[in-house]
Design a binder for this molecule. Structure first.
Ligand code: ATP
Ligand code: MG
Ligand code: MG
Length: 550
């Protein structure tokens, strides 16, 4: 891709390399919590972490941040791996924070021995009230002065299951007057008698994020630990634990998370949409998930390009989803094969073309590529399906399509002239009658006639049928999480339109899953990954032009 200036993380890595830090080694990690499917925001983090390492000859670990036992499931682990691979990245190692539970326990014991951690019997409310406020220091309680021996014994008993959930916690003994509230004796461990997806029932105490994350980074000797801005205030604690434990000095850096308009990105909210059946599942093509975008017809290259274009910032902002749509349009314009499909059909009869005759016309696959990437034979006959909107009973001036007396070119075929139309008893137009100009055949046109409009068509006796799904934005407002009431009140009721009576050219019956097709004049489409056995279903990835009216 094009040359651009370095982002601030690349600058940091280059400075570190120039200073000879980490023996020239760059090791990043992508640390998803397996409590949901990955979304486009995660794609940004993936592109950033893997991209940074790739650029400097380094590597990236995939680390499942699975320290919170109740919410994690193997289904999520599998989907995350599939999505990272699909985006085009290979991790050096697949690790699980839960693999480090023994190390973390030993680290905690080490801090207790140094007098830097203590067991606290207070309730969550008591702990919160003793923490003080940003302007007033907290107050130490009676547990803070427990002896090392007592703390060691109590912590071992916590681990052995002697106490119920919430009875005790392990806290770091730092500074109850720190201006950083996170430094006021933060929790390191809580009791949770809950089954874990990997460690089973081995543990009933689980480490807090702040005690697990940096320590996992250090165990893996991660050089640059990149996270989102919410963690700026956690950095002091991240460094404190590493310093007191005297372990590998991983460094944390923060960037602005991706916010995209007309959607939500918190996994909790996405899960609600799935559980309440507002969408078909995590991979519903309207979801901002990687699996949803894939099913919708987005390509890995278009998502990587999007992440590259939004760049890496240190301040939060909202990205317009039309940039994502722009990226997939650019990609598909270059790669999608052109095909014809009539979404809202009306019949055209060519009265001077021999009935029962079939003519095969050639049409190239991709005019954007030299040689057209080959092509296919299009059957032509005296009865065609065309779009209803390409005919008007009383066409206004400058309507360069069909109305009585008007002419258009049929793509890759002939010029036709509309002579008349047929109406049913209710006054609906049911058929359009045309004559064709035999000398106007595409690529061999000697008619001398010039027309302004070209329309697509499908031969009636050769057409196949398909279901087509058109998608619009899932939400009616730019930032549904920031509106009054529930975010689900702002769901767009018209985000899915299903067309059941679509005629497609016969070659589309062989459409390749995962490949993009341009339905001429109608947008980019892909075969749905999950159609009912006897039915061909196409999802519209994106329209040809940005048709969104704000
Ligand atoms: P959620 O709030 O939706 O649960 P999370 O941040 O807790 O998201 P994780 O699975 O912990 O989700 O995220 C894995 C990595 O992806 C983290 O490093 C996180 O910072 C990053 N990430 C998550 N969401 C975004 C986003 N919108 N933009 C950029 N990075 C993100
Ligand atoms: Mg989360
Ligand atoms: Mg997280």
């Amino acid at each position: 891709s094009e040359e651009r200036s370095l982002n601030f993380l690349e600058e940091i890595v280059e400075e570190d390399l120039a200073a000879g830090k980490n023996n020239g080694r760059v090791l990043t990690r992508f640390p998803p919590e397996p409590n949901g499917y990955l979304h486009i925001g995660h794609a940004k983090s993936i592109c950033l972490n893997f991209g940074l390492a790739q650029r400097y000859g380094g590597q990236t670990n995939l680390r499942f941040d699975d320290t919170n036992p109740s919410k994690e499931e193997t289904e999520y682990v599998d989907s995350i791996k599939e999505d990272v691979k699909w985006l085009g990245f290979n991790w050096a190692n697949e690790f699980y924070a839960s693999d480090y539970f023994d190390n973390l326990y030993e680290f905690a014991v080490g801090l207790i021995k140094k007098g830097l951690a203590y067991v606290d019997d207070s309730t969550a409310e008591e702990i919160a009230s003793q923490k003080g406020t940003p302007t007033e220091p907290g107050t130490p309680n009676q547990y803070r002065s427990r002896s090392v021996e007592e703390n060691l014994q109590l912590f071992a008993e916590m681990k052995d299951g002697k106490y119920p959930d919430g009875a005790k916690v392990l806290r770091a003994k730092i500074d109850l007057a720190s201006p950083n509230m996170l430094m006021r004796d933060p929790l390191m461990y809580r009791i949770k008698h809950t089954h874990h997806h990997r460690t089973g029932d081995k543990w009933c105490i689980y480490p807090m994020y702040d005690f697990a994350h940096g320590e996992s980074d250090a165990i893996e000797e991660i050089t640059h630990s990149v996270c989102t801005l919410e963690f700026v205030s956690h950095r002091e604690l991240y460094n404190w634990f590493i310093e007191k434990l005297d372990i590998f000095p991983s460094k944390q850096y923060e960037f602005a998370r991706l916010n995209l308009n007309y959607t939500v990105m918190s996994k909790r909210k996405l899960l609600q949409l799935v559980e309440e059946k507002q969408v078909e599942g995590w991979d519903d093509p309207r979801m901002p998930t990687i699996s949803g975008l894939r099913r919708r017809g987005y390509t890995p290259a278009s998502i990587r390009e999007f992440c590259e274009r939004i760049g890496v910032a240190k301040r939060e902002n909202m990205i317009d989803v039309s940039l994502l749509e722009f990226c997939i349009r650019e990609d598909l314009n270059k790669t999608a094969w052109r095909r014809m499909a009539v979404l809202d059909p009306i019949k055209m009869v060519i009265t001077n073309y021999p009935e029962g005759q079939t003519e095969m016309l050639f049409s190239e696959n991709n005019p954007e590529v030299e040689g057209g990437e080959g092509g296919r034979e299009l059957p032509f006959s005296n009865e065609l399906w065309i779009e209803r909107e390409d005919f008007m009973e009383e066409p206004p001036k400058k309507f360069f399509r069909l109305g009585v007396g008007l002419m258009v070119r049929l793509k890759s075929a002939y010029i036709v002239k509309c002579e008349s139309f047929v109406k049913d008893a209710d006054g609906h137009v049911t058929e359009i009658h045309c004559t064709y100009i035999p000398e106007s055949k595409s690529q061999n046109d000697t008619s001398g006639i010039h027309v302004k409009g070209t329309i697509h068509w499908v031969s009636v006796p050769h057409a196949k049928t398909a279901e087509v799904r058109l998608y619009d934005r899932l939400f009616k407002v730019e930032d549904p999480s920031n509106e009054d009431g529930d975010f689900k009140d702002y769901i767009n009721p018209n985000s899915l339109q299903v067309l059941n009576n679509v005629y497609i050219e016969p070659d589309l019956a062989n459409a390749i899953p995962g490949k993009g097709y341009q339905f001429m004049r109608k947008g980019y489409f892909t075969v749905d990954k999950n159609p009912a056995a006897d039915k061909l279903v196409f999802n519209r990835t994106v329209t040809l032009k940005d048709g969104w009216v704000k």
